[in-house]
Design a protein around this ligand. Structure first.
Ligand code: NAP
Length: 263
């Protein structure tokens, strides 16, 4: 299938490593022009070099802390400066800290809101005029399997990611007249630094060896393994492409069958 992504201008947030980087890689493989963003310039430079080796195309990158509205504005200006367009926005962010209700004060709640939900709102606000002008756009909001089944010790993620789902569904109707399709995706357990650190945190809390925690997690995944980030990237690339003409307002998990909730 031709995804129709050649020369599309794609912005992927939080893409210096992990799932964001893999998403960027899949868009590059399809011939899109991609901008990476994250807080650490060296990480972005190294991701850009890796992705060029992998795909033959070099992404541009710009340091950006997505909790800072001025930096998001600057990033979107950077992403659109050569073509005047951002055709596809993939919203992604670092995970909020692990913990239970009693772990967090107001500052932590506000910080998680800004990172997990408000950053997506702000990025969408910046790209909207560009997509409207073009009469075409795709927005893919990355969340977590926690939007279908809450995850132990992750109260901040469990709470604010559901806001992203409400946002996605609402915008799918509001933006449909502009030719903009808006969807959410959620990973189950993919082998990235975030998952390794969550396994370590849970092991510490329960006083168990980390291997035991990982083994328990694997036993709940029917496909019997953690996902490979590229498998998640392909889902994002499809939803963010011209091949996707009729899917909007949906939340789709890539989880190897882990979440038992219906739908
Ligand atoms: P990761 O490997 O830790 O990567 C997160 C990326 O986000 C890093 O490149 C980091 O780069 C960037 N980042 C963090 N804070 C940022 C900020 N304020 N501004 C801009 N960039 C920022 O995590 P991941 O596994 O790819 O996960 C991505 C998201 O999916 C996270 O929210 C995670 O909780 C969620 N998730 C992942 C899984 C999984 O299976 N991996 C499962 C469920 C949910 P800098 O530090 O350089 O900014």
């Amino acid at each position: 299938m031709d995804l129709g992504l050649k020369n599309k201008s794609v912005l992927v947030l939080a893409s210096g490593s992990g799932l964001g980087k893999a998403i960027a890689g899949e868009f590059l493989k399809e011939g899109a022009s991609v901008v990476l963003a994250g807080r650490t310039e060296e990480k972005l430079a190294s991701a850009a070099a890796d992705l060029e080796k992998l795909t033959g195309s070099r992404p541009r990158f710009s340091p950006c802390d997505i909790t800072k509205p001025e930096q998001i504005k600057g990033l979107v200006a950077f992403a659109s400066e050569t073509s005047g367009r951002v055709d596809v926005l993939v919203n992604n962010a670092g995970g909020p800290p692990a913990g239970t209700f009693e772990s967090f004060d107001d500052g932590a709640w506000v910080g998680a809101f800004e990172l997990t939900l408000l950053s997506y709102v702000r990025a969408i606000r910046e790209v909207l005029p560009l997509m409207k002008k073009n009469g075409w756009g795709r927005i893919v909001n990355s969340t977590s399997s926690s939007v279908r089944e809450v995850i132990e010790n992750l109260i901040l993620s469990n709470t604010f990611r559901l806001g992203v789902i409400g946002l996605t569904k609402t915008l799918s109707a509001e933006f449909a007249p502009y030719g903009i399709l808006v969807n959410a995706i959620g990973p189950g357990r993919f082998d990235t630094e975030r998952i390794r650190s969550l396994d370590r945190s849970l092991a510490e809390r329960k006083g168990l060896p980390v291997e035991e925690v990982s083994k328990g997690a694997l036993s709940r995944i029917p496909l019997g393994r953690y996902g490979i980030p590229e498998e998640y990237g392909r889902l994002a690339a499809f939803l963010g492409s011209e091949a996707n003409t009729y899917i909007t307002g949906q939340t789709i998990l890539a989880d190897g069958g882990m979440v038992r909730a219906v739908p």
